[in-house]
Design a protein. Structure first.
Length: 343
């Protein structure tokens, strides 16, 4: 079969790899219908390996597929079922898993980063990471379930409701979905900040009440200006830009909450004195909880409105570098890029 294989920095090749063997107990083999690429994939290609620990590895942690083989002991799925993967593989037995925080599993691994993923014609994965796709959810929309689940988890971590003003820094793939997640929580005022006008248009379509292009402004000052100097009750940083976490702390109101989602390429320095004196809650968010967030994402995506707004188009597997990873890294992509590994 053909797959997009990460060999190292700026070295992703589409070539033949061995077909999966018969699935082990608890596993499925999927024919991948659609895979999506994201900022993490582009960052690993351009600057990594960071999260990738042992290349070569087949990329792809956002995908939908059809079951072609079922391992022994799998009872919830059958051949022909259409499923999405939550990407994160957890052990189910450690203390974090027993407390329902499977995204913090002591043996956590991610498809497409530490384990061969879905930018391939076929993929083997644990059935426990999969959820069935509702009949009303199209293939393109289903391929976005994993990143939407990440956004839903971040929104839950931040809380927020009708009385809040929430600022989302970054309107890329996850940032745009966070806006949609906050809109679903009926947050009173949602502000989206980015450097790209098209991304901001998408954020407005997904529920942002106010959008602003940062341009040459200081980010922290802009947040304060947009909140009449009071600060936002919730700031979610989803850009990964190095100055953004400090700006989030500047722009949050006393007693407010900051959720850090974006991963900067290098460590960043934070002056926490002001945050301590204003009693700011600083929270981080990583991945999602499969049982909680993935079914909710699929339910939302049964309405094609979100996927139609965020999607740029579908490309063949052979174009995954030039039209996918490079386009995301160089910020020429105008929306979510999906891949059809069968083309």
């Amino acid at each position: 079969m053909r797959a997009a294989v990460y060999h190292g920095r700026r070295d992703v090749r589409v070539h033949s790899v061995p077909d999966p063997t018969d699935p082990s107990p608890g596993d499925l083999v999927l024919e991948v219908i659609r895979a999506a690429i994201c900022g993490t994939d582009a960052s690993e290609w351009a600057h990594g390996p960071h999260l990738i620990t042992d290349p070569p590895v087949v990329l792809g942690h956002e995908f939908v597929g059809r079951v072609v083989a079922v391992g022994p002991d799998v009872r919830d799925f059958a051949q022909g079922d259409r499923v999405v993967s939550g990407a994160g593989i957890s052990c189910g037995a450690c203390g974090w898993c027993r407390r329902g925080r499977t995204n913090l599993c002591a043996d956590y691994r991610t498809l497409g980063l530490q384990v061969d993923g879905g930018l391939a014609e076929l993929v083997t994965l644990p059935a426990a990471t999969c959820r069935p796709v509702p009949g009303g959810c199209g293939d393109d929309a289903a391929a976005m379930a994993q990143p939407l689940a990440v956004a839903l988890h971040a929104a839950r971590r931040g809380g927020g409701g009708p009385g809040d003003t929430a600022v989302v820094i970054g309107a890329g793939g996850v940032g745009a979905f966070i806006v949609a997640a906050l809109a679903g929580r009926n947050v009173g005022r949602i502000v989206s900040i980015d450097l790209d006008d098209h991304r901001l248009e998408v954020a407005r379509s997904l529920g942002a009440h106010v959008t602003r292009n940062l341009e040459e402004r200081d980010l922290g000052d802009l947040i304060l200006d947009l909140t009449d100097g009071a600060g936002a009750s919730l700031v979610i940083e989803a850009s990964g830009a190095a100055p953004a976490p400090a700006a989030a702390l500047t722009g949050v109101a006393p007693g407010g909450r900051v959720v850090l989602v974006g991963l900067a390429a290098d460590p960043v320095r934070l002056d926490l004195r002001s945050a301590i004196l204003r009693e700011i809650d600083i929270t981080t968010s990583v991945a999602h909880v499969c049982d909680e967030d993935l079914p909710d994402a699929l339910e939302i995506l049964t309405d094609d409105a979100i996927s139609e707004v965020v999607m740029q188009g579908v490309i063949p597997l052979d174009d995954v570098v030039d039209l996918g990873l490079a386009a995301l890294h160089e910020r020429t992509a105008t929306g979510k890029i999906l891949v059809d590994p069968r083309r």
